[in-house]
Design a protein around this ligand. Sequence first.
Ligand SMILES: [Zn+2]
Length: 54
Amino acid sequence: MVRFPEATARMFQSMFVCRRCKAKRRADMRKIMLKKISCRRCGAKAFRMIKSKR
Ligand SMILES: [Zn+2]
């Protein structure tokens, strides 16, 4: 089995953290940008990427 670095990068990049309650959410980058994703726990639409802290 081969591990694709691109695939893992994509996986991590599609993980987002809620700014309010810090719940992790996997979603499409475009949907986050368009604010189509809301947090399951608190309903907030503000997310940040899981890696970047700012
Ligand atoms: Zn939340």
